[in-house]
Design a protein around this ligand. Structure first.
Ligand SMILES: [Zn+2]
Length: 185
């Protein structure tokens, strides 16, 4: 499903209204105490093609995806959006990686069940390249995080700074945790 379609589903006007209400009643986020709930998960350019799906193949990946999504009742962990199979609107399974700059290891921390919009926020850079509606994604992220526009702009800026640093590193992949978790071995 396209993001444009999702934008319509979310009702951009209502979302903007709700954001304005939230912003009128909230203070900027104190980043020392609170982390944003829905963040950018930029994959370093040096690790663009390292992922679990590639390692295990589409069939096994599809089983994992279904299990993770089923465990979350096919609802987005961040915004609560629920998939609607009759309309072919599905949740996504997202791999969460930890990048350790000391060991240069890209470590699979776990999985998230997400709606296409929250997933597109995680992959902000890729969404830009794909020509997604970045304004709609920005609005969605601010709404989900209940933060200010400035908060999220700062988060984007910092995330790309980290991304540039990480992209200069050649990462090795660690899927150990995943194998224990998914197959129960
Ligand atoms: Zn969502």
């Amino acid at each position: 499903m396209s993001l444009l379609k999702l934008k319509r589903l979310h009702g951009k006007k209502n979302v903007m209204k709700r954001i304005n209400n939230i912003m009128a009643n909230s203070n900027p986020i104190d980043f020392k105490k609170n982390r944003l709930k829905l963040r950018l998960h930029l994959i370093p350019s040096s690790a663009f093609y390292s992922n679990l799906r590639k390692e295990i193949g589409p069939e096994k990946w599809s089983n994992i995806s279904r299990k993770i999504r089923g465990d979350n009742n096919f609802k987005c962990m961040f915004c609560g959006w629920k998939e609607n199979r009759s309309k072919q609107e599905y949740t996504h399974c997202h791999e969460v990686w930890k990048f350790n700059k000391e060991t240069k290891v890209q470590f699979l921390k776990g999985f998230e069940c997400l709606c296409p919009m929250c997933h597109a926020v995680h992959h902000w850079g890729y969404s830009q390249v794909r020509g997604e509606d970045m304004e709609a994604l920005f609005v969605h992220a601010v709404y989900v995080n209940k933060c200010t526009i400035k908060d999220f702009k700062n988060h984007i800026k910092k995330s790309f700074k980290v991304w540039r640093r990480r992209s200069a590193i050649k990462w090795s992949l660690d899927l150990n945790k995943y194998s224990k978790m998914v197959f129960g071995k």
